[in-house]
Design a binder for this molecule. Structure first.
Ligand code: GLN
Length: 312
């Protein structure tokens, strides 16, 4: 039976890849030159099951920076460092219905709405423990390493470019400093946020990371625990309600599994106890989600019956 599933899954991936590779919609992120120069035709899909089977097609070894997909994993680390109660004091779990870079805080609590949008992600990252900037960066990289299963590196050009142009993110950090939602040196918190966004991955890595979340926090290839399993439900809940920004509601309705996108054109999607999905295709729609990525996930969800509330 395993053999049959293998053939079926690979066939589906091949079919989706050839169906959507000619789709020419969307625009590659262009707020920094390093992202603007990416080839818009790059396209890959990878599925990793919780028992470690890998199915992949296209440019799945192509490296890119993880961008906003990092927010999911940084949130897990902040939860491990402080626990749910403390993290909730600084970052909410309410969808914004706004763009990922909206400069808004919850009117009453002054918290950023959720950890999947920029403001909430910057507050989350400011919670990462460590005795100095280097130790915090190393703890962050170690965390990514556990999910990915190999050494990870930061793209220095992307990091410095983000840092020198990221004034909107800087404005959010100042606003949160004003309301006491960030207490550390904000330039240091922003540096760590820009560094986490510049972590280098490929589409295969994305699927392994997603599969780790699907597998109670255990990387299905290396078999190592990447995150304490007690936080998996917190992580997946905010992905489900907030991971696709102002498309999160429609995504939950149509596709029905926790997911997270980034301006790199990557999407991870998690089918709990079954598999992780990674898609990479740089052109983005108006909300900052990969055009081909959304289409592929929609079809995969339909064909494989992945919607969490599907009655089979
Ligand atoms: N580095 C980007 C930023 O902070 C990440 C945003 C994203 O991927 N949506 O603006």
């Amino acid at each position: 039976a395993q053999g049959d599933l293998e053939i079926v899954l690979l066939d589906i991936l091949k079919e989706l890849h050839s169906k959507y590779k000619s789709l020419q919609e969307g625009v590659v992120a262009n707020y920094i030159p390093e992202l603007a120069k990416v080839n818009p035709d790059l396209f890959s899909i990878c599925i990793v099951t919780v028992d470690g089977q890998v199915y992949e097609i296209g440019d799945y070894e192509q490296l890119f920076t993880i961008q906003s997909i990092s927010k999911v994993f940084a949130y897990g680390l902040a939860l491990e460092d402080h626990g749910q109660v403390e993290v909730l004091k600084r970052v909410g779990v309410e969808p914004t219905g706004e763009a990922f870079n909206a400069i808004i805080l919850d009117e009453q609590s002054k918290r950023p709405y959720n950890p999947m949008v920029n403001a909430g992600a910057i507050a989350t990252t400011s919670l990462i423990k460590g005795s100095g900037a280097t130790e915090r960066l190393n703890r962050m990289l170690d965390m990514f390493q556990r999910y990915i299963g190999r050494d990870v590196f930061v793209d220095i050009s992307v990091f410095t470019s983000e840092r020198s142009t990221g004034h909107r993110n800087r404005a959010m950090a100042h606003l949160m400093l004003n309301f006491g939602m960030i207490d550390r040196n904000i330039e240091e918190a922003l540096d760590l946020y820009f560094q986490q966004c510049a972590v280098i991955v490929n589409c295969h890595d994305l699927a392994v990371m997603a599969a780790t979340l699907a597998n109670r926090g255990i990387n299905p290839i290396s078999k190592k625990q990447a995150v304490d399993k007690r936080y998996i439900k917190d992580i997946l809940s905010v992905m489900y309600t907030c991971g696709m920004y102002n498309f999160a509601g429609e995504w939950a309705y149509k596709i029905g599994i926790p997911a997270k996108s980034g301006v790199c054109g990557g999407i991870i999607a998690v089918v709990p106890h079954k598999m992780g999905i990674g898609v990479f295709s740089p052109p983005l729609d108006a909300r900052g989600n990969s055009v081909r990525g959304v289409k592929v996930c929609e079809e995969l969800s339909q064909q494989l019956g992945l919607h969490l509330f599907e009655c089979s």
